[in-house]
Design a protein around this ligand. Structure first.
Ligand SMILES: Cc1ncc(COP(=O)(O)O)c(C=O)c1O
Length: 378
């Protein structure tokens, strides 16, 4: 199978780990680039030479650069994006702004990442309802309308399921939420950076993701998008001075929120991650997002074809349209297989009886081939 955009293989030299390992675990943690390391060096140098004035003069500017790039990547307005310490924190801030006094039900999917569900499971006053999965891979989009009703305050689910790579059809879920006036929140952590994300087109009210995985920016931050007409309707009760209008006026006698998505910010951001995230995002821009998405798709289909031909049992979408770059390969001893693969220099992960692999734009057909050959041996 021919994989498009071979010129993106030139980026391989920017990622030290690719020089010594077959790295197929970008859905857990994207590879670190020389670009990000360079930015990290810049951050340290500024801290060493400028001390606190680095904050006002330069670090704040870098935060702005990251937000510019996130807005660009998501086809969003700049006032709609903000940073948060994690997806958990971003969802907690949004969840804290919802009025549950008349509606106390939150509807999620059976296959969502636990942290999304925990935000409401932690509250005894809220009823969390999980839309079941019939096949363990996806949730039938038509079923959301059965569960979402006039008592529903929030509908929250994943764009791509972390455990199956399934890309959800969000339109029917959005419609179910809209019909009753519930907030529609999408966890796009496993989507951002491997498929095109346009939260406005999706019809989301809130979209969250972060730099750690497909965006190659490291741990310590998350990105939050809130549609501009929704921002002013939400007043987070989990909040911080970074969410306040006129933050540096230091007014402790009143809380006036920012009028952009920054009102959901929670405290001083992880500046090292601002710098590493900038490296990952910059490389995306250079590679070209559409090229990245097309290459991930082609490498995924190539790998699925090879694994099927090798007789492996896969878990995931049966059709290409719902498949993404997260591939689950059945193994009787998945943790052991991951360890044995690592001894052969192949980095993967495992989830519930399956070896999980996730090719990114910097991977190659040769790496797919060597993974499948190694799987036959482990
Ligand atoms: C879909 C999804 N949501 C959320 C998270 C975790 O988010 P955070 O650790 O930033 O709260 C993960 C990460 O592993 C994930 O795959």
């Amino acid at each position: 199978m021919s994989i498009p955009h071979a010129e993106l293989e030139a980026f391989r030299r920017e990622f030290p780990i690719l020089q010594t390992r077959t790295y197929l675990n970008s859905c857990s943690l994207g590879a670190l680039s020389l670009r990000s390391m360079g930015y990290l060096g810049e951050y340290q140098a500024l801290w060493n030479t400028m001390g606190a004035s680095a904050w006002y003069e330069l670090w704040m500017g870098r935060i702005g650069n990251v937000l510019d790039k996130v807005a660009w990547l998501w086809h969003a307005q700049r006032n709609e994006v903000a940073l948060s310490p994690s997806v958990s924190a971003a969802v907690a801030a949004v969840a804290s702004a919802v009025d549950y006094s008349k509606r106390n039900k939150v509807v999620v999917a059976d296959l969502d990442f636990p942290t999304l569900v925990y935000q409401w499971l932690a509250r005894p006053d809220i009823e969390v309802v999980r839309v079941p999965s019939d096949d363990g891979v996806s949730v039938d989009p038509a079923r959301w309308a059965e569960y979402v009703d006039e008592r529903t305050a929030v509908v929250a689910t994943s764009h791509v399921f972390y455990g199956t790579g399934y890309v959800q059809d969000l339109a029917p879920i959005r419609d179910a939420a809209r019909r009753v006036g519930a907030l529609f929140l999408v966890d796009g952590y496993q989507a951002a950076g491997q498929i095109d994300v346009n939260p406005r087109e999706i019809g989301a009210d809130v979209y969250v993701a972060g730099p750690l995985k497909w965006l190659l920016g490291g741990p310590g931050l998350a990105f939050l998008w809130v549609r501009d007409d929704v921002i002013s309707t939400l007043r987070p009760t989990v909040t911080s001075w970074f969410g306040a209008a006129n933050q540096f006026a230091f007014r402790a006698d009143e809380l006036e929120y920012r009028d952009d998505a920054g009102r959901f910010s929670l405290g001083t951001p992880a500046v090292p991650t601002v710098y590493t995230a900038l490296g990952g995002l910059e490389m995306f821009e250079q590679a070209g997002p559409q090229k990245v998405y097309e290459r991930v798709k082609a490498l995924t289909e190539d790998l699925v074809g090879r694994l099927r031909a090798g007789g492996f049992e896969l878990k995931g979408a049966p059709d290409e349209a719902h498949r993404s770059g997260i591939i689950l390969v059945r193994h009787a001893d998945a943790p052991g297989a991951v360890q044995r693969l690592a001894l052969r220099g192949i980095i993967t992960d495992h989830r519930a009886g399956y070896v999980r692999v996730s090719p990114h734009y910097y991977n190659t057909v040769a790496e797919n081939e060597s993974f499948v050959a190694a799987m036959s041996k482990v």
